[in-house]
Ligand binder design. Structure first.
Ligand code: SF4
Length: 345
């Protein structure tokens, strides 16, 4: 048997023997356990590496995918390394050796969560003797596909906005191998779809200029499908969170960046299609875009003094709507005046 997780066969069977005693199983169970684990190791191998992040993408994936994630992880793949589980293991408990072992395989999937420190500070972020960034580079070299799961691993996200110069996976890995799935957190359906596609050995998704699947990300997708767009177009904006009467109005003036967002949230929604940010009253933060979190104003703040292209567009749209209404009023007045026999108006 190939060394599994860097254990020798003798050591491996001894560990299983201890497990069998703890569970009051007879000695034949040790062999059956060994066979079951060997069988599991024949499934397509997946490594799930975490960089700098909050772990929210894992939570989102496991919580909102429910049984689909369970079936995927337990039945369809051999999850060889998963940071969220390894976090409980002792410091230096063989992780480094594991990574070296993985790189001998050449057909595994690497799912990456979180951003990675730039070279200048990479040495401060280590697993064992090697930096996180070095481990990312090495693991991606042997992977057939690298999925950057979430905004941080795609473009740097929140870690990139802080004091540590952090970047997305594309800064360290061959572009041809990477599929970016930004949004904060990752959308579970996006991730499930890309992993399933890899399992089926289908052709890769068609990607846009930021390596995002066009199937899930397209320019204008969010704003154009937003149920509040009719208010945007007629210049009706919520300007005060306490205005209950206007709560369904467009959230642009209170910081919604939906115009810049390309994710399919407005049609796919979140949590099994139950809701999404804008529908439940929170402006979109364009977490699908490279500029997410690199901005001057905070979340939910009104529009700052810096005019953006979006602001100009909004102003033009409002001005357009206002001009239209002015013209309509003028024509109405004219028609009424004509009826009264006073064409001077
Ligand atoms: Fe919807 Fe935001 Fe666009 Fe307004 S600006 S229509 S709230 S996405």
């Amino acid at each position: 048997m190939k060394n599994l997780y860097m254990l020798s066969r003798r050591h491996f069977l001894k560990t299983l023997g201890t497990v069998a005693v703890l569970c009051s199983l007879d000695s034949s169970a040790v062999i059956r356990l060994a066979q079951a684990i060997e069988e599991a190791s024949k499934k397509p191998p997946v490594i799930w590496l975490s960089g700098l992040g909050c772990g929210g993408c894992t939570d989102s994936f496991l919580d909102s995918s429910g049984e689909k994630a369970t079936r995927l992880i337990l039945d369809s793949i051999s999850l060889r390394y998963f940071d969220s589980l390894y976090g409980f293991a002792e410091e230096n408990s063989g992780r480094e050796e594991l990574f070296i072992e993985f790189t001998k395989d050449n057909d595994y999937l690497l799912v990456v969560e979180g951003a990675f420190p730039d070279e200048e500070v990479a040495a401060d972020f280590k697993i064992g003797e090697r930096s996180l960034t070095e481990i990312l580079r090495e693991l991606s070299a042997g992977a057939s596909l690298v999925i950057a799961s979430g905004a941080c691993s795609s473009f740097g996200g929140i870690p990139a906005a802080g004091a540590v110069p952090a970047k997305g996976v594309l800064s360290f890995v061959d572009r041809e191998k990477v599929i970016n799935l930004p949004t904060c957190p990752v959308h579970n359906e996006h991730l499930l779809a890309v992993i399933s596609n890899w399992l089926l050995k289908n052709e890769n998704f068609e990607l846009d200029e930021y390596n995002r699947p066009k199937l899930f990300f397209s320019v204008g997708a969010l704003h154009n499908n937003c149920p509040r767009k009719k208010f945007y177009e007629t210049g009706r904006f919520l300007r005060d969170w306490n205005e209950v009467e206007e709560k369904d109005y467009c959230l642009y003036m209170l910081g919604c960046r939906g115009i810049e967002a390309s994710a399919d949230c407005a049609t796919r929604k979140w949590n099994e299609g139950s809701n999404w940010c804008v529908e439940c009253g929170a402006g979109c933060q364009a977490c699908s875009e490279p500029e997410f979190f690199v901005r001057e104003e905070g979340f939910f703040e009104g529009r700052g003094s810096k005019a953006t292209a979006a602001a100009a567009y909004a102003a033009a749209a409002v001005a357009g709507a206002a001009a239209y209404h002015k013209l309509k009023n003028h024509l109405n007045k004219k028609r009424i005046a004509e009826k009264k026999g006073d064409p001077s108006d």
